[in-house]
Design a protein around this ligand. Sequence first.
Ligand code: MTE
Ligand code: MO
Length: 249
Amino acid sequence: MTQPDTGARESSGREQDSRAAWDAGPLASQAESGSREPQPAAGTAGEPHPTGGGDLPPGQYIPRTLPVLHYGPVPPFNPQTWDLRIFGATESGAEARLSWSDVGALPVGDVTADFHCVTKFTVPGICWSGVLAADLLCDFPPAATVTHVMIWADFGYSANVRIADFAAEDTILATHRDREPLTPEHGFPLRLIVPSLYAWKSVKWVRAIEYMTVDRRGFWEERGYHNVADPWREQRYSYQELDGEGPAL
Ligand SMILES: Nc1nc2c(c(=O)[nH]1)N[C@H]1C(S)=C(S)[C@@H](COP(=O)(O)O)O[C@H]1N2
Ligand SMILES: [Mo]
């Protein structure tokens, strides 16, 4: 397994070479300058945090700026050809394909939540707006036997999420962050936000949602990261998985 916490590098918005990102270690491909200086984690240092935010999950600290983190390039967006597929074990058996304007016609909701990266930074109190996952599940119901969802992005990035985590009231397919449209590097036009899990599950540039009746590992879950990824239980790495927490590696 590669070491996720040793590969962090600073760069100033320079387009990341994907092979270099890979070599640098998972989840640590890019950060805005100055963002990687660890500050004492409020939770462990016992000091009140200057922002006065709530408790942090174990081992997390608050960085000075919101880092940008992903593996590979930022995909281009063409509203004419972009679509969102909902496939796999749908209730009807048919797959759905939503155009960008179809997505724009769905009801809008918002969620304010902390954002926890497994590389140990937590960005507190981000307001995300978009389509609540619970609303999407109502409009495009999964079969009763669905246990997990695979979220697919451009270029094959994926993350698996338990159906209960996907259906949680604070899980959202976001188009906006803090009332502004997402920027390309933060996932424009559409990204998932699952506040209850480490942020690698919060897939940027979402293109498909697969309803699954059997669990499968996504991109990082196959590469040494915990299948469930609850930050409050510090479920960072796959070697921590207990029986029943993930499919065999
Ligand atoms: N498509 C895609 N989504 C992704 C990633 C990625 O590599 N590709 N990285 C994840 C990780 S590890 C983190 S911490 C967050 C970072 O989100 P941000 O760049 O908006 O801060 O995006 C997540 N979503
Ligand atoms: Mo991350």
